[in-house]
Design a protein. Structure first.
Length: 259
């Protein structure tokens, strides 16, 4: 087994450990809020992150960590794990199944930036595990994935998400209004990781969101890219689509992003 395969196995195990915590929850209540009153955190978020990081720490004790719920540790190996233990917390509160656990292994580059080498997004309610390793393709439960391409703009099913502040949402609503009449339709499921993986699986044609944290997209962006998507930065987030569609969306999307 190669080092990348070992990392992928560890990531899958850790993500499924987090997924078991989510599935075992009998009641979900907000335990607090983060960036705004509409940005909740639950005990399940904290318990899932604890399960994921315990698995990673046992298997990879010298790696660093960056977790949404506060697990941050500098490592000595040149690798770090970027973890979103519950991507879709609001969905979890409402009983919606659009919830995932996202785990990415990143390597530090000479310029001190980080690049994902392994990504896993586990969907516990559908028993779907999306995986990717850099330059080795993307898979869903072991089956190779490929994005839809080419797709004309007026036939594109586009997915997006929204920030938590009213000012950002007003700006994003303006972007949405300008785009909606140009495409087939727009969806928002409340999980950036899920949207990127569904793009990889051909369940939509593009995804964009301009206000995200690294744990929201680290694994999903690699999975989408390894399935053939063009993935570029969009503000603090990403724009991802098939190679033919991406330039059409990019010209429009960058006009609407805060500078």
């Amino acid at each position: 087994m190669t080092p990348v395969e070992e990392l992928l196995d560890v990531a899958v195990t850790a993500a499924r450990d987090g997924g078991r915590v989510i599935r075992a929850a009998t009641a979900v209540h907000a335990a607090g809020h983060k960036s705004s009153a509409t940005d909740p955190v639950t005990e399940i978020d904290l318990a899932s992150e604890a399960a994921v990081t315990a698995c990673l720490a046992a298997a990879r004790p010298h790696d660093g960590f960056l977790g949404e719920e506060g697990t941050v540790r500098a490592g000595t190996s040149g690798l770090r794990w970027v973890v979103d233990p519950v991507d879709g917390t609001t969905n979890l509160l409402y009983g919606s199944p659009h919830v995932t656990v996202s785990v990415a292994a990143e390597e530090q580059l000479p310029d001190s930036s980080w690049r994902a080498v392994v990504g896993v997004v586990h969907d516990p309610y559908r028993s779907e595990t999306f995986t990717a390793a850099r330059d080795r393709g993307a898979r869903l439960n072991g089956t190779p994935l490929r994005v839809n391409d080419p797709v004309p703009l007026d036939r594109a099913l586009v997915t997006t998400g929204f920030a938590y502040t009213s000012a950002a949402r007003a700006r994003q609503a303006h972007t949405l209004a300008g785009l909606l009449h140009r495409v087939r339709d727009i969806r928002s499921h409340g999980s950036a990781a899920l949207e990127l993986c569904w793009l990889a699986a051909g369940r939509c044609d593009a995804y964009y969101e301009d206000e995200l944290a690294a744990w929201d997209w680290a694994a999903g962006a690699l999975i989408a890219a390894e399935a053939g998507a063009t993935v570029t930065a969009l503000g603090a987030g990403v724009l991802a689509a098939g190679p033919a569609l991406h330039p059409q969306l990019e010209r429009f999307a960058h006009v609407c992003v805060p500078r």
